[in-house]
Design a protein around this ligand. Structure first.
Ligand SMILES: Cc1cc2nc3c(=O)[nH]c(=O)nc-3n(C[C@H](O)[C@H](O)[C@H](O)COP(=O)(O)OP(=O)(O)OC[C@H]3O[C@@H](n4cnc5c(N)ncnc54)[C@H](O)[C@@H]3O)c2cc1C
Length: 401
């Protein structure tokens, strides 16, 4: 399985999956049939992650094809992504604490733990299913959702390794690696996200949903929730800015949101477009070659689409270190970016804040209406947001029932 890093490939994948987004998905999505047979799920995550294809586009296509009832399970899963993004936006300390713990762990890792982690990440634990998923992840940059749950559970409860190191391993290798979905899913498995509720992988469940490909014995039989100091209270959601009207601006895109077609930008006012990538900051060890290839390809594809859409605006691919020089060279005093959620991209942009201000440049951060409609419902458990899905779709002008 390979992922072509273009919007066209994402839209093609969406079209191919559409017939299966209704009952078939609801009935079969939990099966991991193996890397060669993935048509029971959409495998759209790399495209959604980078917004080469947006959640709204996926929802609109699915609703047009099936109406609101049949694809409800699939839409709910798409909203899980939105939910995790919104939840982390309100709890940035969870991301900061995860990063700080990793720094400490790497700085001062006992040799026994280092060896155990090396054995796990080399796929040499002797647990056949787990070792298989390590190799599959290395080779494809993707794992089925159920395999991710089993993997995380075995990592935490059978191998007894720190969840943060497992989350980091995923973020390094997953093409769809996402600060919110990844960190919070690992926390959920470990019993930190929904207090006291853990996920225990069992041989029976693995055997059933891999159709007997694996049935690892010797897995932990209990999953005692991990503990942590209390989290800070949720912060109010930061607001997005309004799109500028009647003012020239520079547009800066990074891999968080490459959906230039659907940002609703004022064509006449875009003077120049910059594209940058921060995949090297995903983890302390950067990102896997597969992640880099996808991200770079996605940026190049976005550069080509930008040139076609805005032929009068020069397009430049830049390293984060050269952004300030580039911005200065444009001479333009308004910088527009899509809203950059909690994670390495936001950290990278925040680190440039003072220099941007010193240039006398104002920065506007444009949040998509999808996020603005959904995130206010993401403060508590998923079901608060889940119950509001029809309302959110309605606010997006999509047929909700
Ligand atoms: C430990 C763990 C780590 C994970 N890390 C990531 C990650 O880094 N990035 C990521 O995008 N997803 C992550 N997920 C969620 C989920 O596994 C993937 O989104 C999904 O497997 C992608 O495959 P798909 O596109 O075929 O999904 P489908 O089942 O076809 O779902 C469609 C879309 O809905 C979203 N989605 C589906 N299930 C979930 C879910 N449980 N949580 C969040 N979004 C979901 C994805 O955007 C997905 O592309 C993680 C799950 C676990 C248990």
């Amino acid at each position: 399985m390979t992922f072509e890093p273009t919007r066209e490939a994402g839209l093609r994948q969406l079209r191919a999956f559409l017939p299966n987004a209704g009952r078939r998905y609801a009935e079969q999505r939990n099966f991991d049939f193996g890397a060669d047979k993935r048509d029971n799920v959409s495998v759209l995550s790399p495209y959604l992650r980078h917004r080469l294809v947006t959640e709204r586009e996926v929802a609109a296509a699915v609703l047009e094809r099936h109406g609101p009832q049949a694809p409800f399970k699939f839409l709910q899963e798409v909203f899980w992504r939105t939910y995790w993004k919104g939840w982390l936006e309100a709890h940035p300390d969870v991301w900061q604490r995860y990063r700080a713990t990793l720094e400490t762990l790497h700085h001062d890792m006992p040799s026994g733990l280092r060896k155990a982690v090396e054995s796990a990440t080399a796929g040499m634990t002797g647990i056949d299913a787990f070792d298989h998923w390590v190799h599959e992840l290395n080779e494809t940059g993707y794992l089925h959702n159920h395999a991710r749950m089993w993997f995380a559970s075995i990592w935490v409860f059978t191998l007894r390794l720190p969840w943060e190191l497992g989350a980091e391993f995923f973020l390094h290798h997953l093409i769809d690696g996402d600060p919110a979905s990844n960190t919070l899913s690992w926390r959920w498995v470990a019993g930190l996200q929904t207090k006291g509720k853990t996920y225990l992988a069992t041989a029976d469940n693995i055997s059933r949903y891999t159709e007997g490909r694996f049935a690892p014995q010797s897995l932990a039989t209990r999953a005692v929730p991990l503990d942590e100091p209390p989290l800070a209270a949720a912060r109010p959601l930061p607001l997005g800015d309004q799109l500028p009207r009647g003012e020239d601006f520079v547009l800066l895109l990074c891999e968080e949101d490459l959906g230039i077609e659907t940002l609703g930008l004022d064509k006449a006012r875009i003077r120049t477009i910059g594209l940058t990538s921060i995949e090297d900051r995903r983890t302390l060890a950067g990102a896997s070659p597969g992640v880099k290839t996808f991200t770079q390809g996605a940026l190049e594809d976005t550069a080509a689409r930008s040139r076609a859409l805005f032929p009068d605006a020069p397009v430049m691919l830049a390293k984060p270190d050269s952004l300030i020089d580039w911005l200065q060279s444009t001479g333009i005093k308004l910088l527009v970016t899509p809203y950059c959620p909690v994670g390495p991209a936001q950290e990278a942009l925040d680190a440039l804040r003072d220099e941007i201000e010193r240039l006398g440049v104002r920065r506007l951060s444009i949040r998509r209406s999808w996020d603005s409609h959904a995130w206010p419902h993401a403060g508590k458990g998923f079901f608060q947001l889940g119950n509001n899905i029809p309302r959110i779709l309605d606010a997006e002008g999509l047929p909700a029932g």
